[in-house]
Design a protein around this ligand. Sequence first.
Ligand code: ZN
Length: 288
Amino acid sequence: MLTESGEILDCKLRGKFRVQELKSTNPVAVGDIVRIELEEKSASITEIEKRRNYILRKSVNLSARMHILCANVDQALILFTIANPVTTLGYVDRLLVSCEAYGIKAVVIFNKMDKLESDKELQKLREFAATYSQIGYQVIMTNAKDAKHRDNLVGILKDKVSFVVGRSGAGKSTLINLAEPMLKLKTSDTSGGEGRGRHTTTYAEMFNLSFGGSIIDSPGFREMEIYDIRKDELAHFFPEMLQALPSCKYKNCNHVNEPGCRVRAAVEKGQISESRYHTYLGMLQEVE
Ligand code: ZN
């Protein structure tokens, strides 16, 4: 952990925290503000301050538990890549829902724009980007390896606590290196080439940025499974559904096949994207 004076300390966790937060596989998360007690050769965490927000994910190890991906952040930078690795829109949507649930601003970053193989692919990507911008999300198209994209990125990160999330190999470390070249984080490119899905970041870590703010690098994961979101509130975390859902005929409408559903009508009219609605239906099954 990082002390107020800028010192990096290895800290142990006192036993009681493991009991207090049984539901989480990690009692202390990256971004947590903690109190410590200095001991002769080490330090112990004695208190974790109440988190102002966090992003949770269902743990892959023990299905009943969750993993806290990060805590106390201002924004999440969600990486989308069309290939190497393929990121599905459902993956992005699940992260967006998690951000909505805890009031965290989300920025969708279409990375590896240099890897597009055809105009058709570019066209597809532009359509995806338009879908998310219309909902109100900030979308940027970039290539984290190209220094000319740095100014834009610095503008987004300045003075904020940002969490970078995406699949393994999507370019999280490369993006952080673009913002702060001094960090020289190891990337999948430097450890054996792209497309091999190598895990280079094995634990989440926060770095201070020289221009103000801090950034969290995290290990990539293949599937994003939400945790702690109820079926009846799910649609509220799709901002484009908010306008339609109060007009549904039934108050407890799940927007699946109920008569007089305004959300489904909006999908049919093209006001809500089919892919987002498809994710919604998939998530509804998962929370049941
Ligand atoms: Zn409905």
